[in-house]
Write a protein that binds this ligand. Structure first.
Ligand SMILES: [Zn+2]
Ligand SMILES: [Zn+2]
Length: 115
């Protein structure tokens, strides 16, 4: 995947383990109906460890293992089932409606009204 660049920080995706700077749904604090976000799977931890740049690996793993927050690609969150109510405009299904196949810079442009 190609990073968007422009000074955007690298982030993990708690669901697929891919490290990039694409748009995320960042969930902070308790998800309604859930005490904490689910801990990442072994596969996700290994994927982040393998793909994170050495200089950022510790920070990214710390973020990944912090179960009070969850960062997810919008498409990963949509497919897993976004925790926000279906009628919430920030629900990933709503945010990506009509842009289901867009990723990275194209998705960012869509979200910010550029394309
Ligand atoms: Zn993902
Ligand atoms: Zn979401």
């Amino acid at each position: 995947m190609t990073n968007i660049g422009d000074g955007r920080p690298l982030r993990v995706c708690d669901l697929c383990g891919i490290v990039d700077d694409h748009p995320r749904h960042s969930i902070v604090g308790a998800v309604p109906g859930q005490e904490l976000v689910a801990a990442p799977t072994d596969q996700v931890i290994e994927r982040v460890t393998a793909s994170a740049p050495t200089s950022e690996r510790a920070r990214l793993l710390r973020e990944l293992l912090d179960t009070s927050t969850s960062d997810r690609h919008l498409d990963c969150c949509r497919e897993q089932g976004c925790p926000l109510p279906a009628d919430d405009p920030n629900n990933c299904g709503n945010r990506t409606r009509g842009a289901e196949s867009k990723r990275g810079g194209q998705l960012l442009a869509y979200l910010t009204g550029g394309a």
